[in-house]
Design a binder for this molecule. Structure first.
Ligand code: ADP
Ligand code: MG
Length: 343
């Protein structure tokens, strides 16, 4: 018997694994306009482009039911997919939902998940049109596929950033990661002493960001209304550092980010210090904010400058200059791709 080579998945990491699998992917249909590698795939249907994205949420990896209400879980499972469609500058229209359920879950529990799913569909004007249901030996798995629509010349990919473009970020970063730290801390306290009740009242912003994120439909609409089409865009699900590396790699450029240009909510600032973490590290490497990272042509600056909740955080530079952080203290640090690693 020939000896089979065995490579641990952890040795490649999530992105390394996807890259390796995608190497053998040959698309044969001319309608496959964008395949693996962006926030969503793009299918050319002539008049309109169809945009498709899918995500898998696994109990114990992506969520912990000790502190995640089922309704929130349903809501979030939809929103994280819609976020990928908006990140293509497209509009989500339909979703499918597939579930694997262990016998730990009752009908009522599944109905609660669907209350959240329907609430998200209503909030974002999308229709639930199908899915699949099966049993699971352990725990809960939710897979959502979102289908959207976009105009051919309005879609925005990860590979369009050019030297001189401005790097923009919607909203504030790091809050979801700190919200998660709070929930994990309360869980440990509870497991140590079940009579202690969690104290989350003070932290509704941070806990809300992790349990009930929103997709930035509003930002996409605002950019469109103001005649701004980003040159590159993606959503921030794995952390700014990781996403910046994706845009730079695919666009063949480098970038710098000004520490002072990254918005961090005051509650996140306070909580980072509480946990003895550096707020900017939380903003760069914490995941799950579901904000948008995009680049614009410098000629669009006048149109963008006064738009609310968009921060100009840096600039695209030649590839040789690397990906760096300019700190408030005047230092320049390379930004590593270290994002949110599931493996
Ligand atoms: P996101 O963080 O935006 O959800 P991912 O990092 O999960 O994106 O995926 C990056 C790209 O790789 C996407 O184009 C996605 O469709 C593709 N992809 C992820 N996993 C697989 C897989 N197992 N097989 C084929 N393509 C995949
Ligand atoms: Mg994405």
């Amino acid at each position: 018997m020939s000896e089979q080579k065995r490579t641990e998945i952890a040795a490649l990491g999530e992105f390394g694994l996807i890259d390796r699998l995608a190497k053998k992917n040959i698309t044969v249909n001319p309608s496959t306009l964008k395949s693996i590698g962006d926030d969503a795939a793009v299918i050319d249907n002539g008049d309109k482009m169809t945009v498709v994205s899918t995500d898998l949420l696994v109990e114990g990896i992506h969520f912990d039911l000790m502190y995640t209400p089922l309704k929130h879980l349903g809501y979030k499972s939809i929103v994280v997919n819609l976020s990928d469609i908006y990140a293509m500058n497209a509009q989500p229209k339909q979703v499918t939902v597939s579930l694997a359920l262990s016998n730990r879950f009752s009908v009522e529990a599944v109905e609660e998940i669907y209350e959240g799913i329907y609430a998200a569909c209503k909030a974002y004007n999308v229709d639930l049109v199908g899915g699949d249901t099966t049993s699971s030996p352990r725990g809960l798995v939710i897979s959502v596929t979102a289908i959207g629509q976009g105009e051919r010349d309005q879609l925005v990919y990860r590979n369009g950033a050019k030297v001189g473009d401005l790097v923009c970020i919607s909203g504030d970063l790091g809050a979801a990661y700190l919200g998660l730290q709070i929930l994990e801390r309360e869980k440990r306290l509870y497991l140590d002493n079940p009579s202690v009740q969690p104290d989350l009242e003070q932290q509704t912003y941070l806990v809300g960001k992790i349990l009930k994120p929103e997709a930035r439909k509003d930002i996409i609409e605002m950019l469109s209304k103001n005649g701004i089409k980003p040159t590159a865009m993606m959503d921030i699900s794995d952390g700014l550092a990781s996403e910046l590396h994706h845009i730079c790699r695919q666009s063949g450029v480098g970038a710098y980010i000004e520490e002072s240009g990254v918005s961090i909510h005051p509650d996140a600032q306070m909580m980072a210090i509480n946990f003895k973490l550096d707020p900017i590290t939380c903003a760069l490497s914490g995941g799950e904010d579901y904000e948008l990272l995009f680049t614009i042509d410098p000629s669009d600056i006048e149109k963008l400058k006064y738009l609310p909740d968009i921060y100009i955080a840096g600039e695209i530079v030649p590839k040789e200059d690397g990906i760096t952080l300019h700190t408030k203290g005047g230092n320049i640090h390379p930004i590593s791709a270290q994002g949110w690693q599931h493996f």
